[in-house]
Write a protein that binds this ligand. Sequence first.
Ligand SMILES: [Zn+2]
Length: 235
Amino acid sequence: MKKKLEMLEELQEVDQLIDSLKVKQNGLHDELNEIAQSVDAAREELAAMQADLSQLELEKGELEVNHAAELENILRAETNMKEIKTNKEFQAVGREITAAKKQVSDIEELVLQKIAQIETLSADVAGKKSLLDELTGNSSQRTAEKELEIKNIQNDIDADVARRETLTKEMPASLVKRFSALREQRRGQAVAIARNGHCLGCNMHLPPQLYNNLFKYEELLTCPHCQRILILKLQ
Ligand SMILES: [Zn+2]
């Protein structure tokens, strides 16, 4: 009986070890996802900035087309002027030219604004690009480290699973089944230590007769409060 209890205790240890390794492994998987997400986010930001830059270039190009058209209008009006006969017509074309010249200078002002915006944004894009390169480099290094860690943990898990199999082979199948069911119900702890008249699984006081029976090692005894299998430990 004592041997059985020792095996149960060891089985619980192995199971808890496997659980904690899996938790650690899941944490590493989450970290891997976070790394990938941060790279994706930076990439998306860069793409958005590049799209803004293209838009500015496009707007600048349109302004330049308008600029050329207005200059042509002025040239045409000035040529026409030479053939004008009446003063009234002369004045009308003069107004046209003045308006077109004003238009040209407004467009030039706008083009200068676009050029300034393009310069600022181009510098930002270049900065973002080098940040992304750095981030990508760091990420692949960190990813490789995490993947190695995950692999090492998996090796530990495999070793513990093998150890568990060896252990359970030596135990009666019914006992393993009972242990597993109990473990599921009791948040991963099927076996509890009994000490000084208490169950340390639920911290409740054990009936004195039950506690005394634990010293006899005649049968598996369970806590009446939490139903865990009790293992006597004097200290
Ligand atoms: Zn208990």
